[in-house]
Each structure stands twice: as C-alpha cells, then as structure tokens.
Design a protein around this ligand. Sequence first.
Ligand SMILES: *Cc1c(COP(=O)(O)O)cnc(C)c1O
Length: 458
Amino acid sequence: MTATKEIPYKIYLEEHEMPKQWYNVRADMKNKPAPLLDPKTKKPMSAEELEKVFCKEMVKQELDDTTPYIDIPQEIRDFYKMYRPAPLVRAYCLEEKLQTPAKIYYKHEGNNTSGSHKLNSAIAQAFYAKQQGLKGVTTETGAGQWGTALAMACSYFELDCNVYMVKCSYEQKPHRREVMRTYGATVTPSPSMTTEIGKQINEQFPGTTGSLGCAISEAVESATGKEGYRYTLGSVLSQVLLHQTIVGLETKAALDKYDITPDIVIGCAGGGSNLGGLISPFAGEMLRGEKDYQLIAVEPASCPTLTRGKFAYDYCDTGKVCPLQKMYTLGSGFIPSSTHAGGLRYHGMSSIVSQLYHDGIMEARSVEQTEVFAAAVEFAKVEGILPAPESSHAIKVAIDEALKCKETGEEKTIVFCLTGTGYFDMYAYERFNNGEMGDYIPTEEELAHGFASLPEIK
Ligand SMILES: *Cc1c(COP(=O)(O)O)cnc(C)c1O
C-alpha cells in the first residue's frame, strides 16, 4: 500500500462538528408515512392515546412529520460526547484484499459497551422519560444490544429499567444479559409468566423460544400496567429513526469535510433504524431533487421483509397491543426459523424506510446467512474488527459492489454502516466455524401463513 494517502484512515469530526440537531426526513417526503392506528378501533391514534404507552416528547417526535430539524438537548449531546463523533473509516485493507478500484468507507458505531448504534436512541429515550418525571421504562430485546443500550442509558439517568429478553437469546447470550444486570436492569426471559400475553403464548406454543413481537407485547403490557412507567422501543418507530440520523449526519459531515461524494450507501435492515438514520440526509437530498445516490437496504433471506413482504397496515407485535403501522411486513404471525443466527429477525420495517422503498428512493437486497458470515470473517481478518452478524449483511453487499467495480473498473465510493461488534455473537460464529450453519429461505407457504395474520383495514 502506498504511504501517502490524501484521505486519512479514519475521518474523525471535531467535537464541535457533531450535529446539534437530528434530521427529520419526513419533512421532505411528499408521500408521508401513513398514521399509526389504534389496534382495536383501527382509527388514527391521537397523541393522548399514544402517551399512555410512550413518554410525551417521544410521542411528539413520532407524530411530527413536518419539522425538518429537531434540536438535540444538551444532556443528550453530553452523553453522545463519550463515544461520538464516531469515526468514518476507509477500509484500505479490505480494498487491497479485494483488489478493487472502489473506495470503501464504514461508519463505526460499535465503539461503546452496548456494541451498537442503539445507544444513540436509548440515551434520548431515557432522557425524555427522566424529564417527564417517570420512575422507569420497560422494553424488549432480541439479540440483546438494545436492552444493553437502554440499561446503560437508564443507569446514567437513574431510571428503573425492565427488559424482556427473547428466550433463545437469554439462553444463548448469558453475557449480554449480565451486562444489562451490571448496569442495574432487571432481565426477564420472554415469553414469561409475569404477563397475561406471556402466559397465553406459553400456553399456545409450549416450549417456544420466543420472538421479538412477543417480547414487545410483554413489555408494553408491563409498562401500561404500572404507575410511572412507559414503554420504549429500540427500532421501527419514526422517533428512533430520527435519533439515528446522527449516524447519517456525521457520515455526511465527514465525507463533506474531504469533498467525498458517495455513489452507494448501504445499511443492514432489521427494523430499519440504522439504515433509515444513515440514509436520511442522502435521501433528503434526493427528495429535494439536489443529488442522486444508490441507497441499498440489506436484509436476511430468512426474514425478507422488504424483498418479499407486503406493504400494508400490520401489528408491530404478536400480542397486537401496539399501534398498527403501515409498513413492509411478513405479518406479525411470522416467526423466523430458529436456525437463523444472524439477527434482523423482525417481521416488519420502519414506516419511513418502507415508504422510501415503496417510492423507489431506496432499493433492497436479501442475503443468506452463510455468505454473510463469510463476509464477516473476511472483514474481521483485514480490518481488525469482529463485526456483529447484523452489520455483516451490509459488509456482504459492500463487498459485492466492490467486486462489481473490479469487473467494470469503476472507482465508485461505497459507504456502509458497521452497526456494531460481534463479541456476544460467538455462538453464531462457532456454528459458522464448525460448518454447522445452514441457510434458510422461507417457502411461499410459510410466507402465506404470516400474511394470513395481516389485519383487514378498510
Ligand atoms: C439492532 C441492530 C441492528 C438492526 O436494527 P435496525 O433498527 O434495523 O438498525 C443492526 N445491527 C446491530 C449491531 C444491531 O444491534
């Protein structure tokens, strides 16, 4: 490799260059995401109704689709400064390994104990709950990153934190559970016997290892049944995506600092928060007719929400207690195969991401988990970071695109979000290393089963 490169290996922003406002891409969308509906009456939900579930400021942000920039409170900015601005890293070694003329950059969001971008929203949600004078919050966690992030944020603001953790993760990831407990959170495996919905699900599906949708129902039930508690969600909602725009805004600021214009921006998509946060500023430019980019969402072939799902109103949870959201979905009755270890198992998708996809601003691809882990290992070997399986979906497509450039000779600039590190995913890596990992693609029948659970909205 040549010694003199104009562009540093890592582009760090100065502290004062960290964004002071989040960007609300809905303000620039002609087709706004459809309103949230009450799961019982199927009528649009008022702020008042939503405030029974979520804290006030979060409801305000959820319903605001016109204000383009929203101030980040100083308390949140102070916390952000502990691990932000996050570096934008040029993957020189990966480029070298691939022998590609493409330039690859990744935004490294794994630089904190929670190991992912989820802390960006956790700290905001904990702050607003504290500001409202609440005692605590409840939530669900699948892989464990969100629960960890929320536990960290709650301990910072001295709030009680109750986490319902999907049972298979609870068992597979005892260390993740212990990090949450270290930060003072109470962790309950879901489905549990502590809520009505948990009891029902346990009865209906004995021995079930749980799902995110089910854990959400338990967390909501537990929050709404307790004085001084509200529910928090780590993805899918527009307020969460809003907080994650810090990722995209910093990425854009770092690129602008060196006059770099990306051609392709890639994010992995579970509930759509990191992807939406990453692409928002770029999508905004496209929506305003200023620039054009190729924006790509990457999802697992075993949970193909965007690539094979339907754009429809659906429940966000198995227990059907959360508001209905219009989104790409596989149906709340869809439970991905238990052989799937790569994360991103959620049946639905952010309504903002869904609308952008529907309107052709963004494209989507699905990838199989063994090729994702192969990409993860390739990246880990040359870039020195063990990526989270979720993030590795984006790595896989970044590599694919870089290899295309090798064939065509195009010097495209590719940016992706490395959403987190994979130290707590060694069970999945172990299966991959042992050659025991398989690929799973749901059949049309299995998908039809999930679609059958979609509600009818007139
Ligand atoms: C939660 C998580 C994701 C997926 O969530 P999104 O809301 O789709 O961003 C991706 N990567 C990591 C490391 C995560 O923890």
